[in-house]
Design a binder for this molecule. Structure first.
Ligand SMILES: NC(=O)c1ccc[n+]([C@@H]2O[C@H](COP(=O)([O-])OP(=O)(O)OC[C@H]3O[C@@H](n4cnc5c(N)ncnc54)[C@H](O)[C@@H]3O)[C@@H](O)[C@H]2O)c1
Length: 348
C-alpha cells in the first residue's frame, strides 16, 4: 500500500523536504498540492511530471478521495484549522511546527485526531536527526551519569533568506506567524531537549526582543527576532537557550549537555556530529552525519517516519501531545519575556 499525500502550503519546507521526500519514498505518492499561489503549485507539479492535482481551494482538496494524508505546511496561523479540517475529512495529518499558535487550538487538534481515529504527527524533526539520535543513545546508556545542565543555540540570519516569498512572507506578519524566532526556532530546541533528557520543563524566563529585523518595507517587525531563555526541568536540570534571526555570520546550531561524568557536544564540530569528553580525559568522536541548516538541507526523515506509521498502523511517537508540550514551553516563555519574570510551565 502506498500512502497518497496532499500538501497544503507549498513553500520552502514543502519544496525542500516534504515533496521530494514523499516522491522519493517507494511507499508514498504525491497526489495533490494546494496553495493560494496557483502558479507556484502548477510549476511544482510540472517539475515532478504532472503527478499532482493542483488546488487553490483547500476544501476541494479534502474532498479528493485519492488523498490519504495531508501535510499542513503553510503559515503558523493556518496549522490548527487546516489540520482539524483534514482530520474531520478522514485524512491523516502531518503538521508543521509550531503545531498551533494557542494552547486551545493545539488541544482542539488533539481532540480532532482522537475523535477521527486518524493520526496526527507534528514535524518536530530534530528528534530524527542522526546526531541527536546518537546523543540520546549516549545519555540513555547512563555512561555520562546524571545530566546537570545544558546550553543550546539556534541562530541564523532570518527567514527572509529561506521563505519562498522572502521578506514579504507570512513569517514577518504578526497575524500569520504569531511568534517570531522563539516560536520558529525555539520550539525545535524545546522539543529536542524534552526528548533528549526525557524530562519536562517546569520553569522558564528570559529576554525576548526585536533588535534588528525589518520587513520588506523597512519597518521593524512586530515579532521577536532574538531570545535568551533560562529553563529548569522537573528533575532540576538548568539550561540556557539562545535563539536568533539576526546572526549574519555562519549559522550556529549546537547543543551541549553537561553531565556528572563528562560533557556531550552536538553540532560543535564540522566532522564529528557528536563528541563526548569524559571527566577522566577520555574522548569519543562520533561521525554521524550533518545537522541540517537553512543553506544545507539533508533529508529530514519526517515523511518516511509518518508513512511507516500509516502503513503499519503504528501511532506516531511525535504526536499531538508532544507537539503541545513543546509549544507550551514556548508560549510560557513568551509570556515570561513580556512580564519580565520567571514563570511556571503548567501544561504537561
Ligand atoms: N520543521 C522544520 O524544520 C521547518 C523548517 C521551515 C519551516 N517550517 C514550518 O513550515 C511552515 C511553512 O514555512 P515555509 O518556510 O515553507 O514558509 P514559506 O513562506 O516558504 O511558504 C509558505 C507557503 O504557504 C502558502 N500559503 C500562504 N497562505 C496560505 C494559506 N492560507 N493556506 C495554504 N497555504 C498558504 C504560501 O503561498 C507559501 O507557498 C511554517 O509553519 C514553518 O514554521 C518548519
Amino acid at each position: 500500500m502506498s500512502v497518497r499525500y496532499g500538501v497544503v502550503g507549498c513553500g520552502a519546507i514543502a519544496q525542500r523536504r516534504h515533496i521530494p521526500e514523499c516522491v522519493h519514498n517507494p511507499n508514498s505518492t504525491l497526489v495533490a498540492l494546494c496553495d493560494p499561489n496557483a502558479q507556484r503549485i502548477d510549476e511544482i507539479s510540472k517539475a515532478y511530471g504532472g503527478v499532482a492535482k493542483c488546488y487553490t481551494d483547500y476544501a476541494e482538496m479534502l474532498k479528493d478521495p485519492t488523498v490519504d494524508a495531508v501535510v499542513v505546511s503553510g503559515p503558523n496561523s493556518m496549522h490548527a484549522s487546516q489540520s482539524i479540517q483534514a482530520l474531520e475529512a478522514g485524512k491523516h495529518v502531518l503538521c508543521e511546527k509550531p503545531m498551533a499558535t494557542t494552547r486551545e487550538d493545539a488541544k482542539a487538534m488533539m481532540a480532532a485526531a482522537k475523535k477521527s481515529g486518524n493520526y496526527l504527527m507534528i514535524a518536530l524533526n530534530q528528534r530524527l536527526i542522526p546526531a541527536h539520535k546518537r546523543a540520546k543513545e549516549i545519555i540513555d546508556s547512563g555512561r555520562l551519569g546524571k545530566v546537570l545542565s545544558f546550553r543550546t543555540a539556534f541562530q541564523h540570519p532570518g527567514p527572509e533568506s529561506w521563505s519562498v516569498d522572502g521578506g514579504k512572507s507570512w513569517f514577518f506578519q504578526k497575524g500569520s506567524a504569531f511568534m517570531g524566532v522563539t516560536g520558529d526556532l525555539g520550539v525545535h530546541k524545546a522539543d529536542l531537549l524534552r526528548w533528549l533528557l526525557g524530562q519536562e520543563f517546569v520553569e522558564v524566563g528570559g529576554f525576548i526582543s526585536t533588535l534588528d529585523k525589518r520587513d520588506a518595507a523597512g519597518k521593524l517587525i512586530e515579532l521577536d527576532d532574538n531570545a535568551f531563555l533560562k529553563l529548569k526541568t522537573d528533575k532540576g536540570v538548568l539550561g540556557s537557550m539562545i535563539l536568533s534571526w539576526t546572526n549574519y555570520g555562519p549559522e550556529e546550531n549546537y547543543t551541549i549537555v553537561f553531565c556528572e561524568k563528562g560533557v556531550l557536544s552536538i553540532g560543535t564540530d564540522p566532522t564529528y556530529g557528536v563528541i563526548v569528553d569524559y571527566r577522566n580525559g577520555e574522548k569519543e568522536l562520533h561521525k554521524v552525519g550533518e545537522i541540517a541548516t537553512n543553506t544545507r538541507q539533508v533529508p529530514s526523515g519526517v515523511i518516511d517516519s509518518f508513512t511507516e506509521c500509516i502503513r503499519t498502523s503504528t501511532p506516531p511517537s511525535i504526536d499531538g501531545r508532544e507537539g503541545y508540550c513543546s509549544l507550551d514551553v514556548i508560549l510560557t516563555a513568551m509570556d515570561a519575556g513580556k512580564e519580565g519574570r520567571v514563570m511556571k510551565i503548567l501544561g504537561c
